[in-house]
Design a protein around this ligand. Sequence first.
Ligand code: FAD
Ligand code: MLT
Ligand code: ZN
Length: 490
Amino acid sequence: RFAKLTAEHVAFFRELLGQDSALIDGVDVNANVEADLEPFNEDWMHKYKGQCRLVLKPGSTEHVSKILRYCNEHKLAVVPQGGNTGLVGGSIPVFDEIVISMGRMNTIHVFDDMSGSLVLDAGCILEVADQYVAERGYIFPLDLGAKGSCHVGGNVSTNAGGLRLLRYGSLHGSVLGMEVVLPDGTIMDDMCTLRKNNTGYDLKQLFIGAEGTLGIVTKLVVQCAQRSPAVNVALLGLESYEKAQSAFREAKSQLSEILSAFELMDGTSQRLVHKVRGGTKPLEDDYPFYCLVETSGSNSEHDYEKLEKFLEHVMSNEVIADGVVAQDATQIRTFWSWREGITECIGHWGGTYKYDVSIPLSDMYSIVHDVKNRLSDAGLLGDTENHPVVDVVGYGHMGDSNLHLNICVRRYDKNVEKMLEPYVYEWIEKRQGSISAEHGLGLAKKNYIGYSRSETMIGLMKQIKTLYDPVGIMNPYKNVHRTNNRYVHQ
Ligand code: FAD
Ligand code: MLT
Ligand code: ZN
């Protein structure tokens, strides 16, 4: 369907971008750029590999507009890429699509310290944006383990959820405005900095979670919240998942407005983190479950007291088996590292099959037991090299009913895959869950959308894709792919 890249195409882009460092040209067979192309052709998990021969690094919205208009006219497929930390293969070309890397567009434009609205380029790194508003007494309404390298444009394009969605809500609420370049080069300027704007359809919402399939997000207006001066963190050890549910219920009722995160980690995840990183565990004994509870408020003493009272209550009622409150900022960071470090550590043995699912809380963890039993019964899980599966892990954003089910493997293996799919998707469907709570569909999950969305909805999504991207150049083969009909159950 797409044209093959030629030296003539590259010459156009070179002239447009005006500097050699703004492009990596592997179309020229004499250019020795394999190593330079590699990071753009491989994802964070080293699971997906593309064959892109050209990376473009636009420096302005006008560049993006001219690039897309040219690509649309010449039928050249493109993949927008932010920090390349996505976990579903969405940011990696499948074949030789052009990668449009947004890292040069990283200016923070304006911050209104009365309203908290922040205007910034899509290529800003999340942690940099948060640091900028922190210096002004505010907090970026999203936080996640990849904050040091992911871009805010990538966050919006995946509708990332992260660690504090419970408190600050989803990006659908906190993105006030957006500038997007459509596939034909049209610039859609919807840079509203106000919270209320009920004039017609809210078109920017379509780009939140579109995974680069409808256009390229170039600028954003984000509503930031007042940063809480008092942050406290407690780590709980629990004997069962049922007890974790009771602890969550109690935390909501006793900590109410100061509760800012409630994260679940099973004992297996913590054992694996310990095996990989070592270090002193925050709680002496091992437990089947751990919960990390964070409060953010305005009065440190009062909040600390509230958290301690909560701890006493759940301890004396035998909801939790043990618990500890972090004593200072360093300990807060350490407690969080036991949660945020899971993603990296569980890949240590070779790889991970990742499922990011929403399930009603009452049932949420039982999928981990079911999958573990299934793999054990099939003789695939065990301690020796002959077993492809090391262990099955569950953790996630309990406050949002979002579980990360991960199957840690020594190697990717067809027999394991056959055991997992469509079994996991059917399991989720039976409980009216979602097969992708926050990471998106990308390449990994696109064929399974039918387990969470009706035929009618998928049909409408395909119409939207065709309307915005009639030639189909935007991140083809991902998400809701125009010509992909394999939405029915396998
Ligand atoms: P990329 O990976 O570069 O791209 C992701 C998708 O967005 C691709 O489809 C790409 O084409 C598209 N895209 C990127 N930029 C643009 C743009 N400007 N315009 C249009 N499309 C664009 N996710 C969560 O939801 N919650 C978490 O808690 C979380 N934790 C994580 C922890 C770790 C350690 C890692 C590695 C990942 C985590 N993620 C999490 C995954 C998450 O989706 C990404 O980290 C992040 O949101 C993606 O941003 P990015 O800039 O890296 O985007
Ligand atoms: C997380 O919550 O840690 C992220 O979504 C990444 C992951 O699923 O491992
Ligand atoms: Zn997550």
